[in-house]
Design a binder for this molecule. Structure first.
Ligand SMILES: [Zn+2]
Length: 276
């Protein structure tokens, strides 16, 4: 991650392709499978959502993300390693106002029993609920009012999850070969195959992490109460596009410019350094 000028946004730069860039923007959403991908012309960047979630939650609006491959490293399946690195590097406050997209009236989208909506609120809040046909995941729900601290403590460490059946299916198709028990919680028919959970409701917390990252493709942090049930990347990104289209449902507001100063580095709980 490299510094970028005010109003330049988040840009992924493929140094293995001579520095071609893909902006983190809803207009460039590409393949959505188990992760959110971006594409501009023939240039692809996959699995952007966990990094984008960390960036928007830590107040980073402008950054160049250099990659030497088509995929953002999955790390441990959470956003905690990205938070750690950002805090290690520090964040510079630019002499430009931070702009937000403030929701003025409700917007909603439903596909079958999957639903997502956003309502006016003075803060960015997320309420998420999930239900799976699995003994450990029948129902989980959580509401969180986002701040940097809340994200770092309660959301960033939550890891992605997958079902053993799906892993086996993918392997048969020659996919997910790099996937392992190190970068996702893997659910068997009756239990978890790896590690202890970091939270009792780690699964729904990870869905909150995902939707924050997908909504970051709007390009401005959102002020509103997002409510989602059984969503996934396809629903999240379709909704982000719909929010941008419904221009009478929001306004752009500016936060006052504060004195330029380096951000204070916060301690990060429960994170060990990834590979040196
Ligand atoms: Zn995820």
């Amino acid at each position: 991650m490299k510094p970028a000028a005010a109003d330049s946004g988040v840009r992924f730069r493929r140094i293995d392709l001579g520095g071609l860039e893909v902006p983190a923007a809803i207009a460039h959403v590409g393949d959505i499978n188990y992760a959110t991908g971006l594409m501009r012309d023939a240039v692809k960047v996959d699995t952007v959502e966990h990094l984008l979630s960390a960036l928007v939650s830590l107040g980073i609006d402008n950054v160049i993300v250099e990659l030497n491959s088509p995929e953002v490293p999955i790390m441990d399946g959470s956003a905690a390693p990205f938070v750690y690195l950002i805090h290690e590097a520090g964040v510079k406050r630019l002499a430009a106002p931070r702009r937000y997209l403030k929701i003025l009236r409700p917007i909603s989208l439903a596909r079958g029993d999957k639903r997502i909506a956003i309502y006016p609120s003075d803060h960015f809040k997320v309420s998420y609920s999930i239900a799976f046909d699995h003994p450990l995941l029948r129902h989980q729900s959580r509401t969180i009012r986002l701040s940097e601290e809340a994200f770092v403590d309660d959301i960033a460490p939550a890891r992605t999850f997958t079902f053993l059946k799906e892993v086996e299916m993918l392997r048969q198709r020659g996919l997910a070969l790099g996937g392992s028990l190190e970068n996702a919680i893997v659910l068997g028919d009756t239990g978890i195959l790896n590690h202890a959970l970091r939270f009792d409701d780690e699964f729904v917390r990870h869905k909150i992490l995902d939707v924050i990252g997908d909504m970051a493709l709007i390009g401005l942090p959102v002020i509103g109460h997002l409510v989602a049930h059984r969503g996934g990347h396809a629903l999240h990104t379709a909704f982000a596009a719909q929010v941008m289209e419904e221009r009478d449902a929001w306004e752009v507001v500016e936060a006052p410019v504060r004195a330029a100063t380096d951000a204070v580095t916060l301690p990060v709980k429960g994170i060990v350094r990834a590979t040196e």
